[in-house]
Design a protein around this ligand. Structure first.
Ligand code: NAD
Length: 499
């Protein structure tokens, strides 16, 4: 019997009464593995009102007690690592090593949340007999909307820190792969997290818009594609909500002639095709600087030709299938457009398949040379195992290409020159920059600082900025009216400057 994915409301895993259910399919076979509901308006209302009720006590629960639940949750994640990784890999199709890496990066975000006591301290000053104290207080009910490509890590970027800060949280996971997210949510219950502190509803645009517009929701964290991020930012703004919207990307690597050749080639192939290119920080464009470009392109082609798609538990597979037939078709269309618009196809993975699993959403590693910024394959985020090659005569020319691109999520330079690296870091208009590091996703105690078209909002996910995002400041100015501290009667001080 097909599994139906539950909602999680007020501590209970409940079956939705919705008439509208979506299929969750195994990307390697396209077989239906579960049905996920589009929550009804009444169910959304219950999720919000339950989260508000829970906030009344959770918001004033001592920080140490709140963190106690997270410590137990973290321990359960560790204990259940094998099962979670298996489920995550199976559901998304990513190979086990990638799934393991995802869980580990997610657990780092929980570790960051556990360091909250040192980071949530306010400020205070004694100004004569007047004391000023500022505190970081929770906001209320926060909402998280997450994408398919990291169904464990990205929810972990959001809810542990939000609830550690004293908020309650409503999570709307991706409808394409909600199973590993739900397995993790079960662990929050096992950890004893009080009912209503974390609520989970499912659905798509309709449910997301209803939640953002709901007066009971205070703040919105979104991670997903660029057009949806823009729409969410606008809608949240209209309703006066605090919002952080992490969006799509087009990440460039710059390769200077002095870069260590073999390591650089391996790094670009891995960063372009790992997780089937379905990472917001995947390297999708490599800008080859100088006259070694033809050699580099040839060597990259050889390395990428060795990569092959396969099942999540195939130890020889480099990456898995794309998430859906729609994603595969889109990949094929975008790849086909490249030679039509004048690029040179060096490696065409559009017909790749895996024996015995022909229904899967397979594509192979692909490489296109002599791409220009006018081409469709460059302008669109492809989200598949494709590297586009561009050429530049100088580092400055490469930087100019990157800064003209509307996205600013991640970039990397490969070089042996400290001076060139420094110049790149200084002038490139991208939020996460790697020097000989192809996918510079910072550790979770740093913020993940996408910019321009890759981020809408003021405060980023993770790190100290996320603590600011999930809290609001209250500043208290006080003095005490006894003789000793005020130096006189209350009346003599009214209207007088504090001293
Ligand atoms: P998506 O935008 O299709 O969906 C993301 C979430 O939004 C899902 O929960 C989905 O149900 C919901 N949604 C979809 N359409 C909506 C609409 N019209 N209105 C409201 N909600 C809607 O993204 P995806 O395909 O799941 O994820 C891949 C995208 O996410 C890529 O573009 C990738 O670059 C981006 N991403 C960005 C980051 C980052 O840190 N910047 C991280 C991971 C993924």
């Amino acid at each position: 019997m097909t599994k139906s994915v539950s909602l999680y409301i007020d501590g209970a895993f409940v079956t939705s009464i919705s008439k509208n259910w979506l299929t969750v399919a195994d990307p390697a076979t396209q077989e239906q593995v579960a049905l996920v509901p589009c929550a009804t308006p009444e169910e959304l209302e219950r999720a919000v009102s339950g989260a508000r009720e829970a906030f009344a006590s959770w918001g004033s629960t001592p920080l140490k007690t709140r963190l106690g639940f997270l410590i137990r949750f973290y321990e359960l994640l560790r204990q259940e690592e094998g099962r979670l990784v298996q489920l995550l890999a199976q559901e998304t199709g990513k190979v086990l090593a990638d799934a393991k890496g995802e869980l580990q990066r997610g657990m780092e975000a929980v570790e960051h949340a556990l360091s909250l006591p040192a980071l949530v301290l306010g400020e205070s000053v004694l100004h004569g007999s007047v004391q000023l104290n500022s505190y970081l207080e929770p906001l209320g009910v926060c909402l998280g909307i997450t994408p398919f490509n990291f169904p464990v890590m990205i929810p972990l970027w959001m809810f542990p820190l939000a609830i550690a800060c004293g908020n309650t949280f409503i999570l709307k996971p991706s409808e394409q792969d909600p199973l590993s997210t739900m397995a993790m949510v079960e662990l929050t219950k096992e950890a004893g997290l009080p009912d209503g502190v974390l609520q989970v509803v499912h659905g798509g645009r309709e449910q997301v818009e209803a939640l953002i517009s709901h007066p009971g929701v205070t703040a919105v964290s979104f991670v997903g594609s660029a057009p949806v991020a823009r729409a969410i930012y606008r809608l949240a703004g209209v309703h006066g909500k605090r919002v952080q919207a992490l969006a799509g990307a087009k990440n460039h690597a710059v390769v200077l002639p002095d870069a260590p050749r073999d390591e650089t080639i391996r790094a670009i192939a891995g960063a372009g095709c790992g997780a089937a290119g379905q990472r917001c920080m995947a390297i999708s464009v490599a800008i080859l600087v100088g006259d070694q470009a033809d050699d580099m392109a040839g060597q990259l082609r050889e390395t990428m030709a060795e990569l092959r798609p396969g099942l999540y538990d195939d130890p020889g597979a480099s990456f898995g299938p794309l998430i859906s037939p729609a994603a595969r078709d889109r990949f094929r269309t975008l790849l086909a457009s490249a030679p039509q618009e004048g690029a040179t196809m060096l490696l065409d993975g559009s017909k790749a398949t895996v024996g015995g699993y022909e229904n899967g959403n397979w594509v192979g590693a692909s490489l296109v040379d002599r791409v220009t910024d006018a081409m469709t394959v460059y302008r669109e985020e492809v989200f598949g195992p494709l590297v586009c090659l561009m050429r530049a005569a100088t580092l400055d020319e490469a930087i100019a290409i990157i800064n003209r691109n509307p996205y600013g999520n991640g970039t990397a330079i490969f070089t042996a020159s400290g001076g060139a690296a420094q110049r790149f870091c200084r002038h490139v208009d991208v939020g996460n920059v790697g020097v000989n590091v192809p996918i510079p996703v910072p550790l979770a105690f740093f913020s993940f600082t996408g910019r321009r078209g890759s981020f809408h909002g003021d405060l980023h996910a993770c790190g100290k900025e996320a603590i600011r995002f999930y809290t609001q400041t209250k500043t208290i100015t006080s003095r005490w009216l006894d003789e000793q501290s005020s130096g006189g009667s209350y009346l003599t001080h009214i209207g007088a400057p504090a001293s």
